[in-house]
Design a protein around this ligand. Structure first.
Ligand code: AP5
Length: 217
């Protein structure tokens, strides 16, 4: 199965991807995580991306398209889930061309819909583990010991782009550059909309229901 996951910052894309990986054995390809890995490793690509990410703008298409199409080429036949890519119509067109070259296609587009007010609360309260990438929330998903990762005991950190002013820019960027993708995919295949403002397990159950039906067809 090859899936594209759409949704505003903080809609819960990363959170739901963990469930999808566990349930369907898909490879999780998160453009944000890959960029943050480049930054942590001090690569040239990471340095180029830094100022865009810190301000809440999109990294230029040419950088992202090359980075993600390379990752997709190496993905196993069992399938993948794209989280955060594509994020512009141009990226989607280039993704389609790259997939066509390998005889593959996108099977489903999942769109997580969320209210801006919830986004701000989720992102400013998010904490993550710099070691294993586990994601927590200071109110909704607390670690067992405050400020420490349940899995490896590492001190949790706040993402530098989760400050209220950068979150506002990220939302503005989303509406201007990424939301038009929903219409693009509605015109080019099937998009499943989900109310992502609910409890994470309720969102998970509705996503699994749709995908289970898709797998059976
Ligand atoms: P990226 O890392 O992709 O950030 P994003 O899309 O803004 O998404 P987030 O990771 O912030 O949120 P999420 O939806 O995954 O939510 P999460 O599950 O963590 O991108 C970062 C930057 O990289 C971009 O700004 C851009 O500069 C650059 N970039 C990346 N891709 C690019 C591309 N294709 N083109 C150009 N530039 C690109 O959840 C958030 C919080 O809420 C967590 O604390 C979680 O515990 C909590 N939570 C989740 N679900 C629920 C729920 N149902 N109820 C209650 N709490 C919940």
């Amino acid at each position: 199965m090859r899936i594209v996951l759409l949704g505003a910052p903080g809609a819960g894309k990363g959170t739901q991807c963990k469930n999808l990986v566990a349930q369907y054995g898909l490879l999780h390809l998160s453009s944000g995580d890959i960029l943050r890995r480049h930054r942590a490793n001090g690569t040239e690509l990471g340095e180029k991306a830094q100022s865009y990410m810190d301000s809440g703008a999109l990294v230029p298409d040419e950088i992202i398209i090359e980075m993600m199409t390379e990752e997709i080429k190496q993905a196993p036949d069992s399938g993948f889930i794209l989280d955060g890519f594509p994020r512009t119509v141009n990226q989607a067109v280039e993704l389609q061309k790259a997939l066509a070259g390998t005889g593959r296609n996108i099977d489903a587009v999942l769109n997580l819909k969320i209210d801006d007010r919830i986004v701000v609360e989720r992102l400013t309260g998010r904490r993550s583990c710099p070691q294993c990438g586990a994601v927590y929330h200071i109110k909704n998903l607390k670690p067992k010991v405050q400020g420490v990762c349940d899995h490896d005991g590492t001190e949790l950190v706040q993402r530098s782009d989760d400050s209220p002013d950068v979150v506002a820019n990220r939302l503005e960027t989303y509406y201007r550059q990424s939301e038009p993708l929903v219409e693009y995919y509605k015109n080019n295949g099937t998009v499943f909309d989900f109310d992502a403002g609910r409890d994470p397990d309720e969102v998970k159950a509705s996503v699994f229901e749709k995908l289970d039906a898709l797998v059976k067809t």
